[in-house]
Design a protein around this ligand. Sequence first.
Ligand code: ZN
Length: 63
Amino acid sequence: MKNEYKVGDIITLKKAHPCGSHDWEILRVGADFRLKCVGCARQVMMPRTQVEKSERKKTTTSV
Ligand SMILES: [Zn+2]
């Protein structure tokens, strides 16, 4: 199965944000992802490779 990411997906990362949330909403995909913390709405940029490494599970809204 291929890892597919798209804008609007909520992903769970192993590394928690300082606010305590592990969940991030994808705002932009590419070589770098722009992620928004679900807990505190702060936005960060993260390289795709790091997202793939630290992802714990993905929740898709499709189907
Ligand atoms: Zn946060």
